[in-house]
Design a protein around this ligand. Structure first.
Ligand code: SF4
Ligand SMILES: [Zn+2]
Length: 352
């Protein structure tokens, strides 16, 4: 069966089970310490629900690891509702120190069909007038990164850093196409990055890449190699910042289906540590490792004795960009064996 047929079927079943909720119920915000281009600061995160990722709703069925569509109202969200939610959220915070605002839409902020232009520009304009806001971070697929839309955003956000984050997931076109079903090539990604680079002469724009650690049907060893190579590629083509997303099992995805069959496990935290060590030694741009889901049944896992200690070390390493100190735990031997034999066991995974 083709991966897109399978994804379409899985997505259809997942969408049928979704309990419809209003944009107000689905929206959420929180804040935490984060790394800025200028050092540590406070980041405000906002999830503003839109009609849903156009790629996930298309005939493609979307990406194999992503269930963000389940957090969408699945109908157009008008501009005034989006700006109203945003205003209610921003009012909750006292912005009296260096702050970044990260707007997540579970899709593409730059796609007019998902996020109405008026709402986009009004929100950016509000942020432009907040003195202590240094960075505005949004996410988009590369096909929506155009000179036109970036020019509008840059104008609306003034001299703030405007960062566009794109989920390339891997530098390997084969993995992205057949294991992630991402629907765009490295060339598409590079075109978007070139547009961003071109805009740098006239505005304070930056690019970030999301890289997925351990897509489905990938051995522990290959996952480490792919992550390191992808980070090196990102630096080489001029990306400003890297954010690694170690896989966690989302509900209603192909990844979950394989996991339930025993054919997939999220990466070991040891693998993540190995990636951090190798990437920090070979890549100079800032690299952040997402730690959500660490130590849970559906996320990256070592053993109960060391999960939380390692999570803390990785969060600290995100903030100071250093390589975590050496650390030992008895579970490390099992990881070593898993890495050494992972390319042998991979062949036992039954075809989909
Ligand atoms: S990972 Fe991004 S592009 Fe893929 S389905 Fe999820 S939101 Fe859409
Ligand atoms: Zn352990």
């Amino acid at each position: 069966m083709e991966i897109q047929d399978l994804m379409r079927e899985i997505r259809k079943n997942a969408l049928e089970r979704i309990e419809r909720r209003s944009p107000y119920d689905l929206a959420t915000t929180w804040s935490q310490e984060d790394l800025f281009y200028s050092g540590r600061g406070k980041a405000i995160f906002m999830i503003l629900p839109t009609s849903g990722c156009a790629w996930a709703l298309s005939e493609s069925g979307g990406c194999t690891m992503c269930s963000y569509i389940a957090d969408s109202p699945l109908e157009d969200v008008p501009a005034d509702i989006l700006t109203d939610i945003f205003k209610k959220f921003i009012e909750k915070y006292e912005i009296n120190e260096k702050t970044a605002v990260k707007i997540f839409t579970s899709g593409s902020f730059l796609n007019n069909e998902e996020f109405p232009k008026e709402a986009r520009l009004e929100i950016l304009n509000i942020l432009k007038h907040e003195e202590n806001i240094e960075e505005i971070v949004v996410e988009s697929r590369p096909e929506y990164v155009t000179e036109n839309v970036l020019e509008e955003c840059c104008k609306a956000s003034g001299d703030k850093i405007f960062e566009v984050s794109i989920g390339l997931e891997t530098a390997d076109d084969y993995i992205r196409k057949y294991k992630i079903n991402k629907g765009f090539s490295k060339k598409d990604f590079e075109n978007a990055i070139n547009i961003i680079k071109k805009m740098k002469t006239s505005c304070n724009i930056k690019s970030k890449v999301y890289l997925l650690i351990k897509p489905i049907l990938t051995s522990e060893m290959d996952a480490i190699e792919d992550a390191v190579k992808s980070a090196q590629y990102a630096e080489k083509i001029g990306i400003d910042r890297i954010s690694f997303c170690p896989a966690t099992i989302h509900k209603g995805t192909l990844m979950e289906l394989l996991w339930r069959r025993g054919s997939y496990q999220p990466p070991w935290i040891w693998s993540i540590l190995e990636i951090i060590k190798r990437v920090r030694s070979s890549v100079k741009i800032p690299v952040i490792m997402d730690t959500s889901g660490f130590g849970t049944r559906r996320g990256p896992f070592n053993c109960k004795k060391c999960n939380s200690k390692l999570k803390k070390m990785i969060i600290e390493s995100n903030l100071n960009q250093t390589i975590p100190d050496e650390f030992e735990c008895e579970c490390k031997n099992r990881w070593t064996v898993d890495v050494e034999f992972s390319n042998v066991t991979r062949s036992t995974i039954s075809p989909i």
